[in-house]
Design a protein around this ligand. Structure first.
Ligand code: HMG
Ligand code: MG
Length: 297
């Protein structure tokens, strides 16, 4: 049987806006976050405390956190201790580290080798936990890498276990460039389970580059996964991953789950209205089929 209820981990303000060519004004970001929370999204990843030269789109992280309402759960990305210091200073209590399953992407995204990335994360996670923050971990390039091609399942499992072993409460499996297909999702989840990592420690993070994100989410649902990363309106992508496009659109996910009778707590009309508004701010239509279908009515 499918799970009765799932948690949607909204990444639009972070994964979505980090890849926008235009710099979105900070007050628009704050309104975006507030509207997502008002639409019933229980977790909204707000921004990243990365090097501002690497991701100029999110260079306003400090300012954003002074103007958003902190009552909801609003994690931020931190790659290292410098990022953690900035996040803690801003009052953040939920952080996420982001590792890579492949050597090339570790170099390109973190300026570290695959092995060195763990040495960067270890003190970061340790101190975050000591300060009372909880830590999520992402692992990128789980289904394929634009420079290395196919990625071995065992390599992904080893990367993920090393991140979880640092003390992270959850591991989000990233299909950074959207090449995964449903059978591959099942095989990867089975491989984690076989390595002693149960579904309740896992989340899935699909990008829709090849139009497979929703089918992949369905495969994960059948497996028993209960946390789904998604981006309102299908915004998104990673500036350091060639050909990464938008995330699975939150609206597309909610539409499917509603049809399956799986609870999310999300108000779809309010969410669509938010994405229509955001598309206006960005000056182009949402790539989400559900936003286009419901947003024009
Ligand atoms: P580095 O150049 O190796 O950094 O970058 P460093 O440790 O050598 O430090 C160099 C200087 O940067 C120092 O300053 C540091 O203080 C400063 P100096 O002493 O020279 O004046 N610095 C910082 N400043 C502000 N904030 C910081 C910070 N860290 C160092 N946090 C680093 C290493 C990790 C910082 C860099 O590579 C970086 O910022 N990378 C982030 C890339 C990124 O954000 N990518 C997108 C997110 S990942 C993603 O989208 C995938 C995901 O969605 C899942 C999926 O789809 O698969 C999560
Ligand atoms: Mg992503």
């Amino acid at each position: 049987a499918l799970p009765e209820r799932v948690t949607i981990y909204e990444v639009g303000p972070r994964d979505g806006l980090q890849n926008e060519k235009a710099i979105v004004p900070v007050h628009v970001k704050a309104e975006f976050i507030a509207r997502l929370e008002a639409a019933g999204l229980p977790v909204v990843e707000a921004t990243s405390f990365v090097h501002p030269r690497w991701v100029p789109q999110l260079a306003d992280a400090e300012e954003l956190l002074t103007i958003v309402d902190h009552r909801g759960t609003m994690p931020v990305l931190v790659p290292n201790e410098r990022g953690l210091d900035r996040a803690l200073e801003a009052g953040v209590r939920h952080v996420a580290i982001f590792g890579s399953a492949t050597e090339t992407f570790a170099q390109r995204n973190l300026n570290r080798s695959w092995d060195e990335q763990f040495a960067m994360f270890e003190p970061t996670v340790k101190r975050a936990l000591a300060e009372g923050a909880d830590v999520r971990a992402y692992v990128s390039m789980c289904f394929g890498d634009p420079w290395e091609g196919a990625v071995d399942l065992q390599r992904v499992v080893d990367s993920g276990r090393r991140l979880l072993d640092l003390g992270c409460y959850q591991l989000s499996l990233g299909d950074t460039i959207g090449v995964g297909t449903a059978g591959h999702v099942t095989a990867l989840l089975d491989a984690f389970n076989a390595a002693g990592v149960p579904d309740d420690l896992l989340a899935v993070h699909f990008h829709d580059t090849y139009g497979q994100a929703l089918a992949n989410a369905h495969a994960a649902l059948e497996h028993g996964i209960t946390t789904y990363d998604a981006s309102a309106g299908g915004l998104g992508g990673c500036p350091y991953a060639k050909s990464a496009t938008g995330n699975l659109a939150t609206e597309d996910l909610v539409w499917m789950l509603r049809g399956l009778g799986v609870e999310t707590g999300v108000d779809l009309d309010a969410l669509v209205a938010t994405s229509v508004w955001m598309a206006g701010e960005l000056g182009r239509p949402s790539p989400s089929a559900v936003v286009r279908a419901l947003g024009s009515s």
